[in-house]
Design a protein around this ligand. Structure first.
Ligand code: SF4
Length: 319
């Protein structure tokens, strides 16, 4: 089995070179996929990387579909393929474009901020997008008293607490089923065993879990903290793909999942076999496209996020 995986990885690396492909993977991908990727990161890091894909002939995006759609928008001249087109994020389905329109009518004048975990159609109806690492900064940058926000109610609560701004949930039930698996009791048990452990939780976790964490942050920032910290033990409340990545990178540290069943089935629909298949055949069904009439507006909403963060314009990094 081990040998077969290694052979497949070698085959992928050969095909990657032959196709002049950029492989990017989210932190929640299987570790064996992360190891063949040119770049691994959180959704903001992957969005930035996608906008810098110039020079490659194609991008293979190992993640869920909304992420690959962002890459297709940010890298319009380079075809973007996803190994598993059926990998859809259930959180994204909580907020539709129609729901956003209805909320806009109920709250005239309030800007709509949507989390990147939304479909292209939903993004095309919002004012600005944010990621988990940028949500607080983006909402504050708007300089308003009230914001419509979705689809994740726990991230909304985190922003509400951090900013004091009125955050209206576009869908009060919106949640990620993976981050909902963590609870305070599990973390308390681990802390009994590892009292010095630093607890890192994603803002999609329940507010009570956020309350017992030392840091509430994105997966990209979790990776940085583990790398830089002098602490030796960490309890990680996010999908286990990141835990496996960090343990692999830092064998001298103890990286504990807050719950080892926290697996995103959708993220795991990608596999090495599917990555190889995409690179071999470039199947039409794996090509990610965003309807042309949505692309311009989505680019603007991402551009606004970049501007609010003081990052270079997409216009300078893409095209
Ligand atoms: S971990 Fe949650 S938010 Fe992320 S892709 Fe899976 S279901 Fe969606």
């Amino acid at each position: 089995m081990e040998g077969e995986l290694v052979d497949l990885q070698k085959r992928i690396l050969e095909l990657k070179k032959k196709r002049n492909a950029l492989i990017i993977a989210h932190n929640y991908q299987l570790l064996e996929i992360q190891k063949v990727a040119d770049f691994v990161g959180d959704s903001l890091q992957l969005a930035v990387k996608s906008s810098e894909a110039k020079g490659y002939d194609l991008v293979v995006f190992c993640g869920v579909k909304f992420m690959a759609e962002m890459a297709a928008v940010l890298s319009p001249e380079i075809p973007v393929y996803i190994p598993a087109p059926e990998a859809l994020c259930p959180l994204a389905s909580f907020v539709t474009a129609d729901k956003v329109q209805a909320m806009k009518q109920e709250h005239p004048g309030a800007p709509v901020v949507v989390y990147v975990n939304t479909t292209a159609e939903t993004k095309s109806s919002c004012d600005i997008v944010c990621t988990s690492s940028t949500a607080v900064e983006i909402v504050e940058s708007l300089g308003v008293d009230k914001v419509l926000f979705g689809p994740d109610k726990n991230l909304a609560e985190y922003v509400r607490r951090q900013t004091g701004i009125e955050i209206v949930d576009i869908e009060p039930k919106g949640h990620c089923y993976v981050h909902r698996m963590f609870d305070v009791a599990q973390i308390a048990l681990l802390k009994e065993e590892y009292p010095d452990a630093v607890v890192l939780a994603h803002p999609e976790c329940h507010p009570e879990v956020q309350d017992v964490a030392d840091y509430v942050i994105s997966t990209g920032k979790m990776a940085k903290i583990v790398e830089k910290s002098t602490s030796k033990t960490f309890i990680i409340a996010t999908e286990v793909g990141l835990v496996e990545q960090l343990q692999d990178k830092h064998p001298d540290k103890i990286i504990l999942p807050a719950y080892d069943g926290a697996i995103c089935i959708q993220m795991k629909k990608n596999s090495l076999e599917k990555v190889a298949e995409v690179l071999e055949d470039l199947p039409e069904r794996n090509l990610v496209t965003v309807p042309a009439h949505m692309v311009g507006h989505i680019r603007e909403t991402i551009e606004r996020m970049y501007q609010a963060l003081g990052r270079p314009s997409i216009a300078r990094t893409a095209n």
